[in-house]
Design a protein around this ligand. Structure first.
Ligand SMILES: C[S@@+](CC[C@H](N)C(=O)[O-])C[C@H]1O[C@@H](n2cnc3c(N)ncnc32)[C@H](O)[C@@H]1O
Length: 195
């Protein structure tokens, strides 16, 4: 029988922690500061709290969010959430899977794309099944961003704190090859606009 590599799932679950990881909270503050509403948002890394999906479903925002998680527990929390809150489900879809296997044939155009956890969790396990690289993923999701839309990174992620600074190299190539320009940063978020 052929050998199949198993999916690189995230064997953890992440509670909201404003002190350690404020990126999702800062995203909501940025969304409000830009008066983003009735928009389409792609969100990398839901957390078990699903804050980005829940908060964007509010009548004042009505942003449709497609979130992705590679954590079984976080996805189970999403199932419970939408059974309790169809009002949230109307705006918020989460998928379980490896973002590095995302298929652009299935994606719409987004107004806002978050890549907060780029270069944080991708390992040789993803290579084993030929998953996208970090640069390929960023490029793919930039193609799925509308002109004038925004792509956001998280400056305090563990990838930025690592000494090898691979995420900076990825961002340099991405910025050079994709039609993007740096916009105004917001708190811990690095913000780009697609030209
Ligand atoms: C440290 S948690 C942060 C969650 C949330 N953004 C927050 O700040 O509270 C990292 C998130 O990335 C997700 N994740 C890790 N690797 C992933 C992958 N390969 N594909 C999709 N999501 C992944 C995890 O499931 C988790 O939701």
């Amino acid at each position: 029988m052929a050998h199949h590599s198993k999916l690189n799932v995230w064997e953890q679950t992440w509670e909201l922690d404003e002190a350690q990881c404020p990126c999702d909270i800062h995203l909501l503050e940025w969304i409000d500061s830009q008066a983003v509403s009735d928009a389409a948002v792609f969100h990398f890394g839901t957390g078990v709290h699903h804050l980005v999906g829940i908060e964007n479903a509010r009548p004042t925002r009505r942003n449709a969010v497609l979130g992705i998680t590679a954590s079984v527990e976080e996805y189970s929390a999403y199932e419970s959430l939408i059974m309790e809150r169809p009002d949230v489900h109307r705006y918020y879809t989460a998928v379980f899977g490896d973002i590095y296997l995302i298929n652009d044939a299935l994606l719409p155009q987004f107004d806002v794309v978050t890549l907060f956890h780029l270069c944080e969790f991708r390992t040789a396990k993803n290579d084993a099944y030929g998953a996208h690289t970090d640069l390929e993923l960023a490029t793919l999701l930039t193609r799925q961003t509308r002109r004038g839309g925004h792509i956001l990174f998280y400056a305090n992620s563990s990838a930025f704190e690592r000494a090898d600074s691979r995420v900076r190299e990825v961002l340099e190539s991405w910025e050079r090859d994709c039609d993007v320009e740096r916009a105004a940063d917001f708190k811990t978020l690095i913000v780009y606009r697609k030209r």
